[in-house]
Write a protein that binds this ligand. Structure first.
Ligand code: NAD
Length: 250
């Protein structure tokens, strides 16, 4: 079978671990060249070593518009185009409403909403011949989860962007879609607990609440991203693809 992303140039933010890394691995296997971005060059270099040759690890914080300009300037010079953008970088530090801090609010919105918006806006001039933009939302956008006050609100914003940008970009042949993962086993689960026991408890809670009785694997989100990035989803636009083992059905 012909690789599904042959000749395509992709950008994946937050790509040194978890869903971003798995998606980059899948995209490269399908023939794409991937620009992998994240905050730490070391982590990116290690991720790139796992992926192979068709990847460029580029340090960049999505909150820093100068970093985004540098990234896209480099892609303009090297490839002259972007076909696929996966806006995946995300931050969570769970806090209940009563304890929510300004710092937490600003960092969560600064990464998941402001950072994502400018990641997409600044990439647009490089989408020369249509393409696919995939935003990583979450089932937290529409399901009440204790402690997720700020995070859930950012992911609801992402769902909203999908619809607005589908309308705004309709004449450019760019399909904008979201993926809403349920609980997927990545470092972001560990980041939500102070101890290993705490992280184990989070995993156990999500497992118990998920009809398929397990957490998802990053490759299962990568498969959804491949679908939305490829021509197999040529008539899918403005959609939110829920990949959650049934968690949000209950
Ligand atoms: P992860 O921690 O492995 O990946 C998140 C990545 O984002 C990391 O590489 C991190 O360095 C990067 N990042 C954070 N802030 C950044 C910034 N300012 N600039 C650039 N990069 C930044 O966790 P993951 O599960 O792979 O998360 C990927 C996305 O999936 C996130 O948007 C997350 O909110 C979303 N998500 C994850 C789950 C889950 O259960 N794992 C569920 C729903 C949604």
């Amino acid at each position: 079978m012909m690789p599904r992303l042959q000749g395509k140039v992709a950008v994946i933010t937050g790509g040194s671990s978890g869903l971003g890394l798995a998606t980059a691995q899948r995209f490269v296997k399908e023939g794409a060249f991937v620009y992998l971005t994240g905050r730490r060059q070391n982590d990116l270099d290690m991720a790139a070593a796992l992926i192979g040759d068709a990847v460029a690890p580029v340090r960049g914080d999505v909150r820093d518009l100068g970093d985004l300009d540098q990234l896209y300037g480099r892609i303009r010079e090297e490839k002259g185009k972007i076909d696929i953008l996966v806006a995946n970088a995300g931050f969570i530090d769970p806090q209940p409403l009563v304890d929510a801090t300004e710092e937490n609010f600003d960092k969560t919105f600064g990464t998941n909403v402001r950072g994502l918006l400018f990641t997409v806006q600044k990439a647009l001039p490089l989408f020369r011949d249509g393409g696919a933009i995939i935003l990583i939302s979450s089932i937290a956008a529409f399901k009440g989860i204790p402690l997720y006050t700020t995070y859930s609100a950012t992911k609801a914003s992402v769902r909203s962007f999908v619809r607005t940008w589908t309308a705004e970009l309709k004449d450019r042949g760019i399909r904008v879609n979201a993926i809403s993962p349920g609980a997927i086993d990545t470092p972001i689960i560990d980041a939500q607990a102070a101890t290993k026991e705490g992280a184990d408890a989070i995993r156990a809670n999500f497992r118990a609440a998920t009809p398929l009785n397990r957490l998802g694997r990053p490759e299962e989100i990568a498969a959804a991203a491949l679908f939305l990035a490829s021509d197999e989803s040529s008539y899918v636009a403005g959609a939110d693809l829920v990949v959650d083992g049934g968690l949000s059905a209950l």
